[in-house]
Design a protein around this ligand. Structure first.
Ligand SMILES: CC(=O)OC[C@H](N)C(=O)O
Length: 301
């Protein structure tokens, strides 16, 4: 085949792929020229947030007490700029206006900047809560030799950090971006925490792989999960058009001091009472009383 023939094939493919009926609706917001959120920039935002929350462990490793102010200052400045743009893209994405988006105006940009600043003002409190998560991971695992090791190595810290960042953005009313951030941690760690879940302090997940925490889950303080635990929903009701009804509380509530061992599946809006222990590899679809210890039935002769 001559190069000319290739050109024809490629041109035809480009034309077909660019034809608006082919990509509009499913693959693009109906807002010509407006920016979509950028996964690449959101990765950078997470790296910056982690380097601000855990200075030295992420980002520049040579930070010391004389230079920390400069590092944090530069990173906060950069975070503010990048986050403002991504929040703006999220706000524009969520508005269902056909055609050119006229909400991405100066006032929307100002709102995005206000939300980014508000988010940054929450970082000191977030760091305090994350410190309790690090402590919980260290105290909950004889294999952990230092807090530093936990921060460097434990997937739970990465997933919980992304979750706490995403949850804060969700609370501020930022659309879409929070979900992208927790799904980034899902890809990175195998731990899937929905940003809308509510999780108290001193939370840890040992090993982590395969953990799923659904959107309406509520987790108290000092809760420990092991790998493979699912806090899930049962089958969901449909509306008159056969579409899932959104927003129904459908995931479990775990009260304070609960431990759930590996691969336990806890389904539906049930409550696992405080100080209860759920053994590994079991299905739980009914409330568990406070202080109870439920385990898989042993085989009998
Ligand atoms: C974790 C889980 O239950 O997932 C099922 C579905 N995504 C839902 O939120 O209902």
């Amino acid at each position: 085949m001559s190069p000319l023939n290739f050109t024809h094939i490629l041109t035809q493919a480009v034309d077909e792929l660019s034809e608006s009926e082919s990509y509009k609706g499913l693959f693009h917001q109906h807002k010509d020229g407006e920016p979509l959120p950028s996964a690449k920039v959101l990765y950078e935002i997470i790296e910056l947030s982690r380097s601000i929350l855990f200075p030295g462990y992420y980002g520049n490793s040579t930070i010391n007490s004389r230079t920390i102010n400069y590092h944090i200052g530069v990173n906060v400045e950069k975070l503010f700029d990048l986050l403002t743009e991504q929040i703006l893209a999220g706000l524009c994405f969520s508005t269902s206006i056909e055609g050119k988006c006229n909400v991405c105006s100066d006032s929307k940009r100002e709102e995005a900047a206000r939300l980014a600043a508000k988010f940054i003002s929450k970082l000191p409190t977030m760091r305090k809560i994350l410190a309790t998560d690090v402590e919980a991971a260290y105290n909950g695992d004889p294999a952990a030799e230092s807090y530093g090791e936990v921060i460097f190595c434990y997937p739970a810290i990465k997933a919980i950090s992304n979750y706490r960042i995403a949850h804060e953005l969700l609370e501020l009313g930022v659309p879409l971006i929070p979900r992208i951030i927790t799904e980034m941690a899902h890809s990175e760690t195998g731990i899937d925490i929905h940003p809308a879940a509510k999780i108290g302090s001193y939370f840890t997940i040992d090993h982590g792989t395969g953990v799923v925490i659904g959107a309406t889950s509520i987790i108290g303080n000092n809760v420990k999960l092991y790998q493979g635990v699912t806090l899930g929903a049962k089958s969901f009701p449909l509306d008159a058009d056969g579409k899932p009804i959104k927003g129904i509380p459908r995931h479990p509530i775990l009260e304070d001091n609960v431990i759930v061992y590996s691969n336990a599946t806890i389904l539906g809006r049930i409550t696992i009472g405080h100080d209860a222990t759920v053994g590994g590899n079991i299905w739980v679809t009914e409330n568990v009383p406070a202080g109870a210890r439920i385990v898989q039935t042993k085989a009998k002769k």
